[in-house]
Design a protein around this ligand. Structure first.
Ligand code: PLP
Length: 426
């Protein structure tokens, strides 16, 4: 294929011809009556099938210590499961709590407990502060932002760079005592796929903060979700913070939602002894213990940390071709036009697509009218507001591969058409 000229360099006549051609592609697309969905980062049925042995587990009712897992108790989770996660997340088993099926719930609890009671280091409960703010690297995970909005916490944004949050911007905002924390998805971030470097992690762990109870919500949801054989290691945020004299600053989260079953997995929190005790003290008011049967089921299923790593390679084999299909479709239609940029993630669940400024909403609308559901434009920004209206999050894991190919060819047509409309309008 001959290299394409950037769309913005075309003459008015050339642009009109390009637009007409894309309109005709789009009419054909619509005529196909598709019903495809690229909205949510969910595992496909084939991925869920990989863990179906869980249906026949556990084979025992007792954990290693002989405790009956069917009964109450064990608030911090089975030690044998905590050991597996400690190895995978490279933390100490004494730092880990294993909970129910959702790490988002644990994140919600940590922030809610801080609001109601204050966190270690707080002068008062956060709800009694005149204003509470949180730093949100953008683009980011929509549910992090809606959680904050729901609790009345103001959001201030910083750019999410290829090596993690923009550290200078974060440090400047952290000089405000109302700023109580930051979200970080350190490995294969949602949606950009960025990996937080050791330097950025160290800076976040050691920077001065005006709030003594500043928290790094270190959401390592995709720690093990490699798409290539280059399996990155996450920065050891708990040790970095402890070395810098800020042991209580980070709280780490992970889960098996995209390892075993998204709706019936196990979630994990890891933190300093003080933060862990604080969390368990408040959690103990709400629960007598987690679902230890499910925890034991996971222990028997995994065997050990290597069992988890092997399972993740089977996931990779299923989903890496879908990510390749996204890239192929975008390149085939858009390469050279300079109307879109997209990420090339080496792990995680998303592709970040930035289209021509001011056209993301139009692309999503065009796609919807052609039967292709995309995440609403702006979803990866606080309150759903992308100031440049250019960001779209693509989630290719759930549909079957042929559906990803069809949907993405259609999305690429919509991107080109929306860009031509915008440029023609001047
Ligand atoms: N954190 C991130 C960054 C996510 O992308 C997701 C799901 O998409 C979650 C957390 C949800 O985790 P869980 O299923 O453990 O609640």
């Amino acid at each position: 294929m001959s290299p394409r000229a950037p769309l913005a360099t075309l003459s008015a006549d050339e642009l009109a011809a390009f637009r007409t051609a894309r309109q005709s592609d789009y009419a054909e697309l619509k005529a196909r009556g598709l019903r495809l969905d690229l909205t949510r980062g969910k595992p496909s049925s084939a991925q869920l099938d990989l863990s179906d042995d869980l249906l026949r587990l556990p084979t025992s009712t007792r954990d290693r210590a002989g405790t009956d897992v069917r009964n109450y108790g064990g608030l911090d989770g089975l030690v044998e499961l905590r050991e597996i996660f400690a190895e995978l997340l490279e933390v100490d088993v004494a730092q880990v709590v294993c909970g129910g099926n959702s790490s988002l719930t644990m994140m919600h609890q940590v922030i809610s407990f801080a609001m109601l009671h204050g966190a270690p280091g707080s002068a008062r409960p956060w709800k009694d502060e005149p204003v509470v703010k949180f730093i949100c690297p953008v683009p980011g995970y929509d549910r992090h932002f809606s959680l904050l909005a729901d609790l009345g916490i103001e959001m201030v944004t910083v750019p999410m760079n290829a090596d993690g949050p923009d550290v200078e911007a974060v440090a400047a905002l952290a000089a405000d005592p109302a700023v109580k924390g930051i979200w970080v998805v350190p490995t294969y971030a949602n949606p950009s796929g960025a990996v937080c470097s050791l330097e950025v992690a160290r800076a976040l762990a050691s920077m001065p903060t005006a709030a003594p109870d500043f928290r790094i919500m270190w959401d390592n949801a995709y720690a093990l979700h490699h798409l290539t054989e280059d399996e990155v290691t996450s920065a050891d945020i708990l040790s970095l913070a402890a070395e810098a004299g800020n042991p209580d600053r980070p709280v780490m989260f992970a889960s098996t939602s995209k390892i075993t079953w998204a709706g019936a997995g196990v979630a994990v929190l890891a933190a300093s002894p003080t933060t862990r005790a604080w969390y368990l003290q408040h959690l103990g008011m709400a629960s007598i213990g987690p679902d230890k049967v499910n925890q034991l089921r996971h222990v028997e299923f995994f065997g050990d940390a290597d069992g988890v790593r092997a399972l993740m390679r089977r996931h990779r084999d299923l989903i890496a071709p879908k990510f390749a299909a996204v890239d192929d479709a975008l390149r085939a239609e858009l390469e050279g036009l300079e109307v879109a940029e997209w990420s090339h993630p080496t792990g995680g669940y998303f592709v970040n697509l930035d289209v021509l400024d001011g056209t993301a909403s139009r692309v999503v609308e065009l796609a919807r009218e052609a039967g292709i559901s995309l995440t609403p434009a702006g979803a990866s920004f606080p309150l759903g507001q992308d100031p440049r209206d250019r960001n779209i999050r693509l989630a290719p894991t759930f549909p079957e591969l042929p559906e990803v190919e069809t949907a993405m060819a259609g999305v690429a047509t919509c991107v080109a058409l929306a860009a031509a409309e915008k440029l023609a309008a001047g």
